[in-house]
Design a protein around this ligand. Structure first.
Ligand SMILES: Nc1nc2c(c(=O)[nH]1)N[C@H]1C(S)=C(S)[C@@H](COP(=O)(O)O)O[C@H]1N2
Ligand SMILES: [Mo]
Length: 224
């Protein structure tokens, strides 16, 4: 895919300080409190602090994707591959969800109201094959991340195009980003371009740089 290749080349050029610092933290086990949280009892997972603003984290590029050139491919081990343009994406059932964000760099943000397409509605449309076990998210900036299919197949997972009633800003992954609230926010790919259904797991950008393969904030799965 041309865009993917461009993005990956770009990434090669920007192995900047931020990336290597986060990678060093992963290697050194920084930020770990060594306690386990209980989502039944607490709202804030261990080692997190609450913020009211919404920090922006990326790899140094924020792709600009006008609606006219929007395209979302959903393929791999599915019965019904889709390649959605903006009109087709917006024509899918509209869902609303409210969830908390927990970022591995220790900030959490409560009560984010998303509009978009529920993961479960997408799954119903593409019908994963029996062999499909994982999803690899590919983004326009060359970023990738992986999640187990049964973790994506949850009522709170959404492909969001709006936040707080407004179109999702470019810096936060607009036009469309993934939101998987049960995991640290690096699992929630911004500027999503492709959902690839696979049988064998494939660690993504941060997962190969020392981040945990799943990233449950309640277990403090920061690093692999
Ligand atoms: N495409 C893409 N998605 C991404 C990232 C990225 O660099 N590129 N960063 C991840 C990380 S590490 C975090 S914490 C969140 C940040 O989202 P925000 O900038 O909207 O807070 O996006 C995640 N999704
Ligand atoms: Mo992050």
């Amino acid at each position: 895919m041309a865009e993917d290749e461009k993005g990956i080349k770009l990434l090669g050029a920007i192995r900047d300080k931020l990336i290597s610092r986060k990678q060093d933290w992963a290697r050194d086990g920084r930020l770990l409190t060594g306690t386990e949280g209980d989502p039944e009892r607490d709202r804030l997972p261990p080692g997190q602090r609450l913020v009211r603003d919404w920090p922006v984290l990326d790899l140094g590029v924020q792709p600009d994707i006008p609606a006219a050139s929007f395209r979302l491919d959903i393929d791999g081990l599915v019965e019904n591959s889709l390649s959605l343009d903006w009109a087709a994406f917006k024509a899918l059932p509209r869902a609303e969800m409210v969830s908390d964000i927990h970022c591995v760099t220790q900030w959490s943000r409560y009560d984010n109201r998303w509009h978009g397409v529920a993961a479960r509605d997408l799954l119903a449309a593409v019908r994963p094959k029996r062999e499909a076990r994982h999803i690899i998210f590919h983004a326009h900036d060359g970023y990738t991340t992986n999640v187990r299919l049964d973790h994506f197949d949850q009522p709170d997972v959404i492909l969001a195009h709006s936040w707080e009633g407004r179109p999702l800003e470019r810096q936060h992954g607009g036009p469309v980003r993934v939101v998987i609230p049960r995991f640290y926010f690096w699992k929630s790919a911004k500027w999503v371009r492709r959902l690839e259904f696979v049988a064998v797991d494939k660690p993504g950008f941060w997962e190969v740089r020392g981040y945990h393969n799943e990233g449950d904030p309640w277990k403090e799965d920061r690093y692999g």
